[in-house]
Design a protein around this ligand. Structure first.
Ligand SMILES: Cc1ncc(COP(=O)(O)O)c(C=O)c1O
Length: 379
C-alpha cells in the first residue's frame, strides 16, 4: 500500500475534473482565437470557466487572467507592479515561496527596487505592526505576503494585511496558492490588488493557474504575444487546463467546510499520535488551527544518525512526504523557511500534507513505520 502525504507539493486529479477535461479534449479542438464556429465554441468554454472562477471569488470575470500556474501569476503581479506602477520598495517576508522571493531578489539585483523583509517569529508569524509602521516611510510600496506558508502552514491574517495596505494606499499582492480551493476567498470583502492560484494544489491539472487583478489596478502583460486574455497574456490558451481548473474550483467549493473538517481531523489525529509516541518531536510553524493551514503538518524530529535517510526510508516503505532542514551553513542548501524561523539545523524535519483522499488509517500506518525507523536510528 502506498501513502501520499505530500499534497502541498501537488494533489491527485479529482475524477470529476478528469472526466470534464477528457470530454473537452475529445470534442473541442478549435483555436479559441479563431473566429469560425470551431474557435467560437472553445472561446465559450474558456469564458464559462472564467465566470465560474469569478463567481467563487465574488469578483468580475474581467478580473481573472489564466496563466501557466502560480509561478507565472506571482511573477506577473510583482514584475509588472514594479515596472508599471512606480514601485520603489517591496515589503515582503523571508518565508515566501521562491516564485516570489527569487523574483524580488532579481528585481533588487537589477536596481529596480529595495527589498525589505518583515520580521517573523519562531512560528512563522509575520509582524503586521511592523508593516504598518514601515508603510509610513515607503509610500511607493508593493506588499507581497503569502496567505499560507507551503512548508510550515502558518497563515497571515489576510483581511488585516489588506486593510493596512489599503489604509496606506499601497499595492498588495498575496500568494494564495496554498489556500485557493481550501479556504473561502470573498474578494467583495477583502481589498487586494492581486492574488494567485495553481490548480494542481486542489485536485486540478498541473501547469495552469490564474491571477486575479483588481479592476482598479492597471498593469501590462508579463508575456507579450497575441491578444489572448484581453491582451494581458499572449499565447494560445491551455484550454483543457483552464476547464480543469474551473471544475476543480467548483468541486472544491461545493464541499469546502466538509473537507476542511475532515482533513483537519486527520491532521489533529496525527499531531496527537506524534506527541504520544515521539516525545522528542516537535512541530514547526503555527499549531493554532485558526492560524495554520489544515492540510500541512511539519514535524521536527530529534537529532539522529543519518537523518537524511529518514525520508528515503519512508519512501522505501511507500510513504511520500517532503523533507527539509534548516541551513547549517551558507553552502548548505536547506529550507529557507526553516532557517528564517530559527529551526535547529541538526533536527530533521518532515512535512506531511493531507487531502480529502487520506484517512486516519494511513496516519496509523505512517506512525507505525516511523516507530520502527526511529527505534533503529535513535538506539
Ligand atoms: C505558495 C506557493 N506559491 C507558488 C507556487 C508555485 O506554483 P506553480 O507550481 O503552479 O508554479 C507554489 C507551488 O509549489 C506554492 O506552494
Amino acid at each position: 500500500m502506498r501513502i501520499y502525504f505530500d499534497n502541498a507539493a501537488t494533489t491527485a486529479i479529482d475524477p470529476e475534473v478528469f472526466n470534464e477535461v477528457v470530454s473537452v479534449m475529445k470534442d473541442y479542438y478549435g483555436n479559441p482565437s479563431s473566429i469560425h464556429s470551431h474557435g467560437r465554441e472553445v472561446r465559450t468554454v474558456i469564458e464559462k470557466a472564467r465566470k465560474t472562477v469569478a463567481r467563487l471569488l465574488s469578483v468580475s470575470p474581467s478580473e481573472i487572467f489564466f496563466t501557466s500556474g502560480g509561478t507565472e501569476a506571482d511573477n506577473m503581479a510583482i514584475q509588472r507592479s514594479i515596472i508599471d506602477r512606480g514601485v520603489t520598495h517591496v515589503i515582503s517576508s523571508p518565508l515566501e515561496h521562491h516564485a516570489v522571493l527569487h523574483t524580488l531578489e532579481e528585481m533588487q539585483r537589477l536596481g529596480k527596487i529595495e527589498l525589505i523583509l518583515l520580521k517573523v517569529d519562531s512560528k512563522g508569524n509575520v509582524d503586521l505592526e511592523e508593516l504598518d509602521t514601515l508603510l509610513l516611510h515607503y509610500p511607493n510600496s508593493l506588499v507581497s505576503l503569502m496567505h499560507a506558508n507551503n512548508e510550515i502552514g502558518t497563515m497571515i491574517d489576510l483581511a488585516r494585511a489588506a486593510e493596512i495596505c489599503s489604509r496606506h494606499n499601497v499595492l498588495f499582492h498575496s500568494d494564495t496558492v496554498q489556500t485557493m480551493g481550501h479556504y473561502q476567498h470573498d474578494l467583495s470583502k477583502i481589498k487586494v490588488d492581486f492574488i494567485t492560484c495553481a490548480a494542481h494544489k486542489f485536485h486540478g491539472p498541473k501547469g495552469v493557474g490564474f491571477i486575479y487583478i483588481n479592476h482598479n489596478t492597471k498593469i501590462k502583460p508579463l508575456l507579450y504575444g497575441g491578444s489572448q486574455e484581453r491582451n494581458m497574456r499572449g499565447g494560445t490558451e491551455n484550454v483543457y487546463g483552464i476547464v480543469g481548473l474551473a471544475k476543480a474550483m467548483e468541486v472544491a467549493y461545493s464541499a469546502l467546510a466538509e473537507h476542511h473538517a475532515y482533513i483537519q481531523d486527520i491532521k489533529s489525529y496525527m499531531m496527537e499520535q506524534i506527541k504520544l509516541h515521539f516525545p522528542g518531536c516537535d512541530f514547526n510553524g503555527e499549531t493554532d488551527p485558526d492560524r495554520s493551514l489544515y492540510t500541512v503538518l511539519n514535524v521536527s524530529f530529534p537529532p539522529m544518525e543519518m537523518s537524511d535517510m529518514l525520508l528515503f526510508n519512508l519512501d522505501i516503505a511507500g510513504i511520500s512526504a517532503s523533507g527539509g532542514s534548516a541551513c547549517s551553513s551558507g553552502s548548505n542548501i536547506g529550507s529557507h523557511v526553516l532557517t528564517a524561523i530559527g529551526c535547529d539545523p541538526n533536527r530533521p524535519s518532515v512535512r506531511f500534507s493531507f487531502s480529502k483522499y487520506n484517512t486516519k488509517r494511513e496516519v496509523d500506518l505512517v506512525i507505525q513505520k516511523l516507530r520502527d525507523l526511529l527505534a533503529e536510528k535513535l538506539n
